[in-house]
Design a protein around this ligand. Structure first.
Ligand SMILES: Cc1cc2nc3c(=O)[nH]c(=O)nc-3n(C[C@H](O)[C@H](O)[C@H](O)COP(=O)(O)OP(=O)(O)OC[C@H]3O[C@@H](n4cnc5c(N)ncnc54)[C@H](O)[C@@H]3O)c2cc1C
Ligand code: FES
Length: 316
Protein backbone atom coordinates (compact mmCIF):
# COMPACT_ATOMS: atom_id res chain seq x y z
CA UNK A 1 0.00 0.00 0.00
CA UNK A 2 2.63 2.54 -0.90
CA UNK A 3 0.27 4.55 -3.11
CA UNK A 4 -2.72 6.51 -1.85
CA UNK A 5 -5.43 3.94 -2.28
CA UNK A 6 -8.89 4.37 -3.73
CA UNK A 7 -11.09 1.62 -5.01
CA UNK A 8 -12.34 1.76 -8.58
CA UNK A 9 -15.28 -0.62 -8.04
CA UNK A 10 -17.52 1.44 -5.83
CA UNK A 11 -21.27 0.98 -6.03
CA UNK A 12 -24.48 0.53 -4.07
CA UNK A 13 -24.71 -2.89 -2.43
CA UNK A 14 -26.98 -4.74 -0.04
CA UNK A 15 -25.36 -5.91 3.19
CA UNK A 16 -26.87 -8.24 5.78
CA UNK A 17 -26.30 -7.57 9.47
CA UNK A 18 -24.93 -10.59 11.30
CA UNK A 19 -24.64 -8.98 14.76
CA UNK A 20 -25.11 -5.64 16.50
CA UNK A 21 -23.77 -5.64 20.05
CA UNK A 22 -23.71 -2.89 22.64
CA UNK A 23 -20.72 -2.24 24.86
CA UNK A 24 -20.57 0.74 27.18
CA UNK A 25 -23.51 3.13 27.38
CA UNK A 26 -23.32 4.48 23.82
CA UNK A 27 -20.95 2.24 21.85
CA UNK A 28 -21.97 -0.57 19.51
CA UNK A 29 -20.27 -3.03 17.19
CA UNK A 30 -22.13 -3.90 14.00
CA UNK A 31 -21.08 -6.71 11.67
CA UNK A 32 -22.17 -6.56 8.03
CA UNK A 33 -21.86 -9.28 5.43
CA UNK A 34 -21.59 -8.59 1.71
CA UNK A 35 -22.08 -11.26 -0.93
CA UNK A 36 -21.65 -11.44 -4.73
CA UNK A 37 -20.52 -8.06 -6.23
CA UNK A 38 -20.61 -6.34 -2.83
CA UNK A 39 -18.20 -8.96 -1.47
CA UNK A 40 -15.80 -8.25 -4.33
CA UNK A 41 -16.01 -4.46 -3.97
CA UNK A 42 -15.55 -4.41 -0.19
CA UNK A 43 -12.80 -7.07 -0.21
CA UNK A 44 -10.49 -4.28 -1.42
CA UNK A 45 -11.66 -1.74 1.19
CA UNK A 46 -8.59 0.12 2.44
CA UNK A 47 -8.14 1.56 5.95
CA UNK A 48 -9.26 5.20 5.88
CA UNK A 49 -11.89 4.67 3.19
CA UNK A 50 -15.53 4.82 4.23
CA UNK A 51 -19.03 3.68 3.31
CA UNK A 52 -22.39 5.49 3.33
CA UNK A 53 -25.26 3.67 5.04
CA UNK A 54 -28.93 4.24 4.28
CA UNK A 55 -30.67 4.32 7.67
CA UNK A 56 -33.86 6.04 6.48
CA UNK A 57 -35.97 2.89 6.91
CA UNK A 58 -34.41 1.75 10.18
CA UNK A 59 -36.80 1.88 13.14
CA UNK A 60 -36.34 3.94 16.29
CA UNK A 61 -35.84 2.07 19.57
CA UNK A 62 -38.76 2.08 22.08
CA UNK A 63 -39.35 5.57 23.51
CA UNK A 64 -38.37 4.64 27.06
CA UNK A 65 -34.92 3.49 25.91
CA UNK A 66 -34.07 6.73 24.07
CA UNK A 67 -31.57 8.77 26.09
CA UNK A 68 -33.05 12.04 27.42
CA UNK A 69 -30.65 14.25 25.43
CA UNK A 70 -31.62 12.57 22.13
CA UNK A 71 -35.44 12.65 22.55
CA UNK A 72 -35.94 15.73 20.32
CA UNK A 73 -33.34 14.70 17.72
CA UNK A 74 -34.82 11.17 17.55
CA UNK A 75 -37.87 12.42 15.66
CA UNK A 76 -35.81 13.92 12.81
CA UNK A 77 -36.24 12.16 9.45
CA UNK A 78 -33.10 10.57 8.05
CA UNK A 79 -32.90 12.02 4.55
CA UNK A 80 -29.19 11.56 3.93
CA UNK A 81 -26.99 8.53 4.17
CA UNK A 82 -24.40 8.55 6.97
CA UNK A 83 -20.64 7.95 6.54
CA UNK A 84 -18.82 5.25 8.53
CA UNK A 85 -15.35 3.70 8.53
CA UNK A 86 -14.74 0.04 9.29
CA UNK A 87 -12.54 -1.38 12.06
CA UNK A 88 -11.95 -4.63 10.23
CA UNK A 89 -12.71 -6.13 6.83
CA UNK A 90 -12.29 -9.85 6.18
CA UNK A 91 -12.68 -11.33 2.72
CA UNK A 92 -13.74 -14.97 2.69
CA UNK A 93 -14.49 -17.20 -0.28
CA UNK A 94 -18.00 -15.97 -1.11
CA UNK A 95 -18.51 -13.13 1.31
CA UNK A 96 -16.80 -10.10 2.85
CA UNK A 97 -17.40 -9.25 6.49
CA UNK A 98 -17.07 -5.60 7.55
CA UNK A 99 -17.03 -4.59 11.22
CA UNK A 100 -18.23 -1.17 12.23
CA UNK A 101 -17.83 0.56 15.59
CA UNK A 102 -20.31 3.35 16.22
CA UNK A 103 -21.30 5.78 18.91
CA UNK A 104 -24.92 6.90 19.39
CA UNK A 105 -24.90 10.68 18.88
CA UNK A 106 -28.09 11.51 16.96
CA UNK A 107 -31.12 10.19 15.06
CA UNK A 108 -29.32 7.92 12.58
CA UNK A 109 -26.96 6.26 15.05
CA UNK A 110 -29.88 5.88 17.47
CA UNK A 111 -31.79 3.96 14.78
CA UNK A 112 -28.73 1.79 14.09
CA UNK A 113 -29.14 0.28 17.57
CA UNK A 114 -32.32 -1.51 16.39
CA UNK A 115 -30.59 -3.35 13.51
CA UNK A 116 -30.97 -7.09 14.11
CA UNK A 117 -29.18 -10.10 12.63
CA UNK A 118 -30.67 -10.81 9.19
CA UNK A 119 -31.66 -7.18 8.50
CA UNK A 120 -30.65 -5.81 5.14
CA UNK A 121 -28.98 -2.39 4.62
CA UNK A 122 -28.11 -0.41 1.50
CA UNK A 123 -24.43 0.58 1.56
CA UNK A 124 -22.52 2.76 -0.92
CA UNK A 125 -18.78 2.24 -1.08
CA UNK A 126 -15.90 1.87 -0.86
CA UNK A 127 -15.57 5.67 -0.89
CA UNK A 128 -12.69 8.11 -0.60
CA UNK A 129 -8.95 7.61 -0.33
CA UNK A 130 -7.34 5.56 2.39
CA UNK A 131 -4.01 5.78 4.23
CA UNK A 132 -0.74 4.94 2.51
CA UNK A 133 2.66 3.87 3.84
CA UNK A 134 5.47 5.80 2.14
CA UNK A 135 8.62 3.79 1.40
CA UNK A 136 11.46 3.94 3.91
CA UNK A 137 9.45 4.49 7.10
CA UNK A 138 10.42 2.40 10.13
CA UNK A 139 7.80 3.40 12.73
CA UNK A 140 4.11 4.18 12.36
CA UNK A 141 2.45 6.10 15.20
CA UNK A 142 -1.35 5.86 15.26
CA UNK A 143 -2.89 8.77 17.15
CA UNK A 144 -6.58 8.58 17.93
CA UNK A 145 -9.04 10.96 19.54
CA UNK A 146 -12.42 9.60 20.73
CA UNK A 147 -14.36 8.01 17.87
CA UNK A 148 -11.38 8.29 15.52
CA UNK A 149 -10.48 4.71 16.42
CA UNK A 150 -12.09 2.65 13.58
CA UNK A 151 -9.85 3.50 10.60
CA UNK A 152 -6.68 3.30 12.71
CA UNK A 153 -7.58 -0.07 14.20
CA UNK A 154 -8.15 -1.26 10.64
CA UNK A 155 -4.79 0.23 9.60
CA UNK A 156 -3.04 -1.57 12.51
CA UNK A 157 -4.43 -4.87 11.23
CA UNK A 158 -3.61 -4.03 7.62
CA UNK A 159 0.04 -3.18 8.39
CA UNK A 160 0.66 -6.11 10.74
CA UNK A 161 -0.93 -8.66 8.43
CA UNK A 162 0.57 -7.31 5.19
CA UNK A 163 3.76 -8.50 3.61
CA UNK A 164 4.43 -5.15 1.88
CA UNK A 165 5.47 -3.32 5.02
CA UNK A 166 7.93 -5.67 6.73
CA UNK A 167 9.72 -4.32 9.77
CA UNK A 168 7.39 -1.35 10.33
CA UNK A 169 6.89 -0.93 14.09
CA UNK A 170 3.54 0.44 15.22
CA UNK A 171 2.64 2.27 18.41
CA UNK A 172 -0.88 3.55 19.13
CA UNK A 173 -1.91 6.53 21.28
CA UNK A 174 -5.61 6.80 22.13
CA UNK A 175 -7.20 9.74 23.90
CA UNK A 176 -10.64 10.72 25.15
CA UNK A 177 -12.11 13.17 27.65
CA UNK A 178 -12.62 10.43 30.26
CA UNK A 179 -11.96 6.68 30.57
CA UNK A 180 -15.67 6.00 29.94
CA UNK A 181 -15.47 7.74 26.56
CA UNK A 182 -12.70 5.49 25.25
CA UNK A 183 -14.48 3.37 22.63
CA UNK A 184 -12.88 0.06 23.56
CA UNK A 185 -14.76 -3.05 24.50
CA UNK A 186 -12.19 -4.59 26.78
CA UNK A 187 -11.27 -3.28 30.20
CA UNK A 188 -7.90 -1.63 30.66
CA UNK A 189 -6.02 -3.57 33.30
CA UNK A 190 -3.19 -2.12 35.33
CA UNK A 191 -0.48 -4.65 34.45
CA UNK A 192 -0.95 -4.35 30.71
CA UNK A 193 -0.92 -0.54 31.11
CA UNK A 194 2.43 -0.72 32.90
CA UNK A 195 3.78 -2.92 30.10
CA UNK A 196 2.62 -0.40 27.50
CA UNK A 197 -0.10 -2.69 26.08
CA UNK A 198 -3.02 -0.77 27.49
CA UNK A 199 -5.55 -1.45 24.77
CA UNK A 200 -6.39 -5.10 24.04
CA UNK A 201 -7.91 -4.19 20.64
CA UNK A 202 -4.43 -3.00 19.51
CA UNK A 203 -2.51 -5.60 21.56
CA UNK A 204 -4.15 -8.40 19.56
CA UNK A 205 -2.17 -7.15 16.54
CA UNK A 206 1.01 -6.96 18.66
CA UNK A 207 0.71 -3.16 18.76
CA UNK A 208 1.95 -1.33 21.85
CA UNK A 209 -0.45 1.38 22.99
CA UNK A 210 -0.83 4.30 25.36
CA UNK A 211 -4.00 5.85 26.72
CA UNK A 212 -4.52 9.53 27.56
CA UNK A 213 -7.56 11.11 29.18
CA UNK A 214 -8.22 14.82 29.65
CA UNK A 215 -9.30 14.23 33.27
CA UNK A 216 -6.62 11.64 34.11
CA UNK A 217 -9.20 8.88 34.76
CA UNK A 218 -7.04 6.46 32.71
CA UNK A 219 -3.44 6.56 31.50
CA UNK A 220 -1.68 9.86 30.81
CA UNK A 221 -3.37 12.89 32.38
CA UNK A 222 -3.89 15.33 29.51
CA UNK A 223 -4.46 15.57 25.77
CA UNK A 224 -3.29 12.69 23.60
CA UNK A 225 -1.28 15.17 21.50
CA UNK A 226 0.67 16.17 24.66
CA UNK A 227 1.24 12.49 25.47
CA UNK A 228 2.60 12.00 21.94
CA UNK A 229 4.77 15.16 22.17
CA UNK A 230 6.38 13.88 25.40
CA UNK A 231 6.93 10.45 23.85
CA UNK A 232 8.55 12.03 20.76
CA UNK A 233 10.83 14.23 22.87
CA UNK A 234 12.21 11.10 24.60
CA UNK A 235 12.42 8.98 21.46
CA UNK A 236 15.80 8.47 19.75
CA UNK A 237 14.05 7.78 16.40
CA UNK A 238 15.00 10.15 13.56
CA UNK A 239 11.98 12.15 12.35
CA UNK A 240 12.47 10.94 8.77
CA UNK A 241 11.84 7.31 9.85
CA UNK A 242 8.46 8.10 11.42
CA UNK A 243 5.02 8.35 9.85
CA UNK A 244 2.06 9.49 11.93
CA UNK A 245 -1.57 8.60 11.16
CA UNK A 246 -4.31 10.40 13.03
CA UNK A 247 -8.10 10.59 13.23
CA UNK A 248 -10.23 12.43 15.76
CA UNK A 249 -11.89 15.78 16.46
CA UNK A 250 -10.76 18.61 14.20
CA UNK A 251 -9.21 20.61 17.05
CA UNK A 252 -6.99 17.65 17.89
CA UNK A 253 -6.02 17.23 14.22
CA UNK A 254 -5.09 20.91 14.07
CA UNK A 255 -2.78 20.38 17.08
CA UNK A 256 -1.33 17.29 15.39
CA UNK A 257 -0.60 19.27 12.22
CA UNK A 258 1.21 21.94 14.29
CA UNK A 259 3.23 19.37 16.26
CA UNK A 260 4.41 17.40 13.22
CA UNK A 261 5.33 20.66 11.46
CA UNK A 262 7.58 21.62 14.40
CA UNK A 263 9.11 18.11 14.48
CA UNK A 264 9.30 17.73 10.69
CA UNK A 265 7.48 14.38 10.74
CA UNK A 266 5.30 13.10 7.89
CA UNK A 267 1.67 12.78 8.89
CA UNK A 268 -1.63 11.73 7.33
CA UNK A 269 -4.86 12.98 8.88
CA UNK A 270 -8.31 11.48 8.39
CA UNK A 271 -10.87 14.29 8.55
CA UNK A 272 -14.48 13.74 9.58
CA UNK A 273 -16.57 16.42 7.88
CA UNK A 274 -20.37 16.45 7.72
CA UNK A 275 -21.19 14.71 4.46
CA UNK A 276 -24.20 14.44 2.20
CA UNK A 277 -23.62 12.81 -1.21
CA UNK A 278 -20.27 11.20 -0.33
CA UNK A 279 -19.09 11.29 -3.96
CA UNK A 280 -17.92 14.87 -4.56
CA UNK A 281 -21.12 16.38 -5.99
CA UNK A 282 -22.83 18.44 -3.28
CA UNK A 283 -19.76 20.39 -2.01
CA UNK A 284 -20.90 20.09 1.60
CA UNK A 285 -17.60 18.65 2.85
CA UNK A 286 -15.15 21.24 1.47
CA UNK A 287 -11.67 21.37 3.05
CA UNK A 288 -9.36 24.34 2.45
CA UNK A 289 -6.01 23.03 1.22
CA UNK A 290 -2.67 24.68 0.42
CA UNK A 291 -1.35 24.52 -3.13
CA UNK A 292 2.22 23.18 -3.06
CA UNK A 293 4.79 25.84 -3.92
CA UNK A 294 2.40 28.83 -3.73
CA UNK A 295 0.48 30.94 -1.21
CA UNK A 296 -2.82 30.02 -2.80
CA UNK A 297 -5.40 27.65 -1.39
CA UNK A 298 -8.05 25.52 -3.05
CA UNK A 299 -11.10 23.70 -1.75
CA UNK A 300 -10.98 19.93 -1.95
CA UNK A 301 -13.84 17.56 -1.14
CA UNK A 302 -13.30 15.52 2.00
CA UNK A 303 -15.41 12.65 0.63
CA UNK A 304 -13.67 12.38 -2.73
CA UNK A 305 -10.17 13.83 -2.30
CA UNK A 306 -9.95 12.66 1.33
CA UNK A 307 -10.93 11.83 3.96
CA UNK A 308 -7.17 11.21 4.36
CA UNK A 309 -5.03 14.30 3.72
CA UNK A 310 -1.34 15.10 4.19
CA UNK A 311 -1.10 17.26 7.34
CA UNK A 312 0.94 19.88 5.42
CA UNK A 313 -1.92 20.35 2.98
CA UNK A 314 -4.84 21.23 5.28
CA UNK A 315 -5.55 24.82 6.39
CA UNK A 316 -6.95 24.64 9.96
C1 LIG B 1 -15.37 9.53 6.83
C2 LIG B 1 -16.18 9.38 8.10
C3 LIG B 1 -16.09 8.21 8.84
C4 LIG B 1 -16.84 8.06 10.02
N1 LIG B 1 -16.73 6.90 10.73
C5 LIG B 1 -17.43 6.74 11.86
C6 LIG B 1 -17.33 5.53 12.60
O1 LIG B 1 -16.62 4.60 12.23
N2 LIG B 1 -18.10 5.42 13.75
C7 LIG B 1 -18.90 6.44 14.17
O2 LIG B 1 -19.57 6.29 15.21
N3 LIG B 1 -19.00 7.59 13.49
C8 LIG B 1 -18.29 7.75 12.34
N4 LIG B 1 -18.42 8.92 11.63
C9 LIG B 1 -19.36 9.95 12.13
C10 LIG B 1 -20.77 9.54 11.75
O3 LIG B 1 -20.95 9.69 10.37
C11 LIG B 1 -21.76 10.43 12.50
O4 LIG B 1 -21.66 10.17 13.88
C12 LIG B 1 -23.19 10.16 12.07
O5 LIG B 1 -23.39 10.62 10.76
C13 LIG B 1 -24.15 10.85 13.01
O6 LIG B 1 -25.46 10.74 12.51
P1 LIG B 1 -26.67 11.00 13.49
O7 LIG B 1 -27.88 11.22 12.67
O8 LIG B 1 -26.73 9.92 14.53
O9 LIG B 1 -26.28 12.31 14.26
P2 LIG B 1 -26.33 13.83 13.70
O10 LIG B 1 -27.55 14.50 14.21
O11 LIG B 1 -26.07 13.84 12.23
O12 LIG B 1 -25.07 14.38 14.46
C14 LIG B 1 -25.02 14.38 15.89
C15 LIG B 1 -23.86 15.22 16.36
O13 LIG B 1 -22.62 14.71 15.82
C16 LIG B 1 -21.97 15.72 15.02
N5 LIG B 1 -21.46 15.07 13.81
C17 LIG B 1 -22.14 14.28 12.96
N6 LIG B 1 -21.34 13.88 11.95
C18 LIG B 1 -20.13 14.43 12.17
C19 LIG B 1 -18.90 14.42 11.49
N7 LIG B 1 -18.73 13.76 10.35
N8 LIG B 1 -17.87 15.12 12.04
C20 LIG B 1 -18.02 15.82 13.17
N9 LIG B 1 -19.17 15.87 13.87
C21 LIG B 1 -20.22 15.21 13.38
C22 LIG B 1 -23.07 16.71 14.67
O14 LIG B 1 -22.54 18.02 14.48
C23 LIG B 1 -23.96 16.67 15.89
O15 LIG B 1 -23.48 17.50 16.90
C24 LIG B 1 -17.69 9.10 10.46
C25 LIG B 1 -17.78 10.29 9.72
C26 LIG B 1 -17.04 10.43 8.56
C27 LIG B 1 -17.13 11.69 7.76
S1 FES C 1 -20.35 14.93 0.70
FE1 FES C 1 -21.03 15.79 -1.19
S2 FES C 1 -19.22 16.66 -1.97
FE2 FES C 1 -18.55 15.59 -0.22
Amino acid sequence: MSEKSSSSVKGTFEATASSNKQFGPRFYKLKLEFSADGAKAFADFNPGQFAELDLSHTALPPEDSIPEDLRDAAERKILLRRPFSFTNVTAEKNKTIAELLYCVVGPATLRMTTISPGDSLSVIGPLGNGFSVPDGKKTALLVVGGMGVPPLLHLAKHITSGSRTPGLDIIAFAGAKTAKELPFESQLDEISQQLGFSIPEFAKYGVESFVATDDGSAGYNGFVTNCLAEWLSKSPLPAKDIIIYSCGPELMLAKMAQLVKEKNIDCQLSLERRMACGIGLCQSCAVECRVTGSNETVYKMCCKDGPVFDSKEVVF
